[in-house]
Design a protein around this ligand. Structure first.
Ligand code: NAP
Length: 357
């Protein structure tokens, strides 16, 4: 099968590097084009990331000599060299909105990590295992904007990736209230511990805008398409506290859920372990098991378990019942499941559903 040519906007950053490394040897996609800010542009990719390549594996040979383009100014050139683009830009949100729309209007499908279009009415925000049916919003988007081939689809924030799967998997027990405290890695801010000495030996109780995203984005994802846009879900009510902790990768969440219907421990564990509505599509980045329950009392642990399912699986553990409801911890790899890997899985879903050709 001929591979689709992917462009990566923001290819030199933390998430962009993750795209480049995850797409090495991908069976459906290949990185054909990289773009970033004017300060990286004009350099070979390996030169542009010299001294700041953060991945464990080496820069793929097929990408190291690609000349980095300017994401904003070289749209025509990127569109010639790619069949679709991933966006991992980090700059002014309004600017990103305009850049992503400019690409889509030129016929480019865009799969974005950025938050700038998450609340645009006709843009779907998708976790493939949770709301794959929202891909249909793309037809409405194309009609609204008179775009024939291009479109914008986005993935949600990294902070919600561990607990939304559990809420969705147990939907029939009517989750009513969710209290969540996230413990988020420094790579979520595009940083490393070495480059952020203030975070060493430290816990910071504030991540700007993160709690709002953690509470609201799930309502769009759990919503339904009504009259050409997503009608937000009304429940569960989510209250979040987001905390930065001194780990490189992996967002842990401590979660408490109240259900409207009775559920016992076996139903809880079976419900999450068996949940994966897109398993039959056999997408290349789908983990073999989506949610795994660990019986060990001290698992999941960030360092031991963040790479479960190649960083795409969701480890859950420490299920306990108390007088409010059920308590557990859940983990997700923020730059894989929560960023580049989640976007690649979304692109695979879009291809399987006929939106990427
Ligand atoms: P990052 O490391 O700061 O990388 C930012 C990228 O944007 C770089 O490639 C940079 O290019 C490019 N850029 C900056 N200013 C630009 C400009 N004026 N024109 C064109 N390109 C420009 O950020 P990141 O952590 O990878 O995050 C990227 C996006 O993913 C953000 O929107 C972030 O919110 C989102 N996200 C991140 C995570 C995570 O876990 N890190 C999770 C989910 C979503 P240069 O290298 O040339 O400056």
């Amino acid at each position: 099968m001929k591979k689709l040519r992917a462009g990566v906007l923001g290819a030199t950053g933390m998430v962009g590097q993750r795209f480049v490394s995850l797409l090495e040897n991908h069976p459906w996609f290949e990185v054909a084009c990289t773009a970033a800010s004017p300060s990286s542009a004009g350099k070979a990719y390996q030169e542009a990331v010299e001294g700041r390549w953060k991945m464990q594996s080496a820069i793929p040979n097929s990408v190291s000599n690609l000349i980095v383009k300017r994401a904003e100014e070289d749209i025509d050139e990127v569109c010639k060299e790619a069949d679709f683009v991933f966006s991992a830009l980090d700059m002014d949100k309004q600017k990103i909105r305009e850049i992503e729309e400019a690409y889509a209007s030129m016929g480019m499908p865009i799969v974005s990590n950025n938050s700038s279009h998450r609340w645009t009415d006709d843009v779907p925000m998708i976790i493939p295992e949770i709301n794959p049916e929202h891909v249909k919003l793309i037809e409405i988007q194309r009609k609204n904007r008179k775009w024939k081939k291009g479109f914008i689809a986005v993935k949600p924030n990294c902070s919600i990736q561990s607990y939304i799967p559990v809420i969705r998997a147990l939907e029939k027990y009517k989750p009513k209230r969710v209290l969540v405290t996230t413990m988020q890695a420094v790579s979520g801010a595009g940083r490393t511990l070495e480059g952020w000495p203030e975070m060493q030996e430290n816990v910071n109780p504030f991540i700007r805008n993160e709690e709002e995203k953690s509470e609201k984005e799930p309502m769009k994802i759990l919503g339904k398409i009504v009259n050409g846009k997503i009608k937000l879900a009304k429940s569960p009510k989510i209250s979040a506290t987001c905390i930065r902790v001194p780990v490189e990768d992996g967002h842990m969440a401590s979660v408490e859920i109240q259900f409207g219907r009775k559920i016992n421990e076996k139903q809880f564990v079976d419900g999450i372990e068996k949940y994966n509505p897109i398993a039959k599509l056999k997408l290349p980045s789908s983990p073999e098991k989506f949610i795994k329950y660990f019986n060990e009392e001290d698992r999941p642990q960030t360092r031991l378990d963040r790479n479960f399912g190649n960083g795409m699986g969701i480890p859950v553990g420490r299920l306990r019942k108390d007088y409010f409801g059920w308590k557990f911890v859940a983990l997700s790899h923020n730059t894989i499941r929560g960023a580049a890997g989640g976007a690649i899985l979304l692109a695979e879903l879009l291809k399987a559903k006929g939106y990427l050709n």
